[in-house]
Ligand binder design. Structure first.
Ligand code: NAD
Length: 296
């Protein structure tokens, strides 16, 4: 397939490498020259402007920071995208923007999928991402073979916006369980309970979650995770805060009571302010919660 790939950052770059390795004809574009220069060894073309990346492509994939960038890109490229081609957005953005771009693209007779991912940079490099996809069956049939190259699991969640809905629900659970796990470690410290023993019990008991058993926030405990690497991300606290804002925004619009989600958002807001601008991994909030415990 001829594919335009827009947004070659931490996630986009490894995703594009997998598409190139599978033999697709890729044209990449990023507003940052350095993002394109970092891929100069990869057998793909680069476009100096956004229109060339979208013109005459079978598929255009975006991996952008937010909804503002997404709408800007979509409005720019719609006039040059062929009718019957497919637009796939893999970024994490708000559902309203997702639905807005879906309407614009469908009105121009272009297939559209929202297909955010879970699995982080490691998953993008290894090709083990999970894709959660919103859009019609016809559009899904176009995107699915590409998702299988870049990821391990693909779930067609429903109509336009359903992929983003699944993503923000998942990440709300992740934020809340990470905080609960860190609070449990802080309490264990104060109760003189060994962290390893807490892990041994919880990871095989009813308090278990991915935050404990796969991504343990306590250094030296459980499988290797960012906590063992000075909390270098992984998944940064600022990205977790972004996703919690998206879930709370959606909950407010729909009147859904998500108080634990709201509390997680406030705790991550404080943490991002007090730490290095949220550059640390989101599991580093353990340090914040244990130091608060000592202060009191
Ligand atoms: P990033 O900031 O590294 O990459 C985004 C890229 O988009 C940058 O290179 C930027 O220059 C480019 N860009 C911005 N505006 C543009 C425009 N108008 N035209 C072309 N390029 C433009 O971010 P990332 O970590 O790769 O994340 C991308 C998306 O994936 C985000 O929505 C994020 O929430 C989501 N996500 C990230 C992770 C992760 O662990 N990093 C995990 C899951 C989902």
């Amino acid at each position: 397939m001829k594919i335009g790939f827009i947004g070659l950052g931490n996630m986009g770059a490894p995703m594009v490498k997998r598409l190139v390795a599978s033999g697709h004809d890729i044209t990449g574009y990023d507003v940052m020259e350095s993002a394109m220069a970092a891929l100069s060894e990869v057998k793909m073309s680069f476009s100096k402007d956004i229109l060339t990346a979208a013109r005459e492509q079978d598929v255009v994939i975006t991996m952008l920071p937010n909804g503002e960038a997404l709408i800007k890109v979509v409005e720019a490229i719609i006039p040059v995208m062929p009718k019957g081609s497919c637009f796939i957005d893999c970024s994490t953005v708000d559902i309203n923007t997702t639905r807005q771009v879906a309407t614009l693209l469908k009105n121009a007779a272009i297939h559209v999928l929202d297909a955010p991912v879970s699995g982080g940079v490691g998953g993008a490099v290894a090709g083990t991402l999970t894709f959660m996809v919103g859009g019609s069956e016809d559009s899904f049939a176009i995107g699915n073979p590409l998702f299988k190259i870049m990821g391990q699991r693909v779930i067609h969640c429903g109509a336009d916006g359903a992929g983003q809905a699944a993503k923000i629900c998942n990440n709300m659970i992740l934020g809340v369980t990470m905080i609960a796990t860190c609070e449990a470690f802080a309490l264990a410290d104060d109760l003189a309970l060994d962290r390893q023993k807490l892990f041994d019990v919880v990871s095989t008991s009813s308090g278990n979650s991915w935050s404990m058993s796969t991504y343990c926030p306590a250094p030296g405990v459980g499988p290797e995770s960012p906590s063992d690497n000075d909390y270098l991300p992984g998944f940064s606290a600022s990205l977790m805060l972004k996703d919690l804002k998206l879930s709370q925004e959606a909950a407010t619009i729909h009147g859904t009571p998500t108080r634990a989600g709201q509390l997680a958002l406030e705790l991550y807001q404080d943490f991002v302010k007090s730490s290095k601008g949220g550059a640390l991994d989101f599991s580093a909030i353990l340090q914040d919660l244990t130091s608060r415990s000592k202060d009191q």
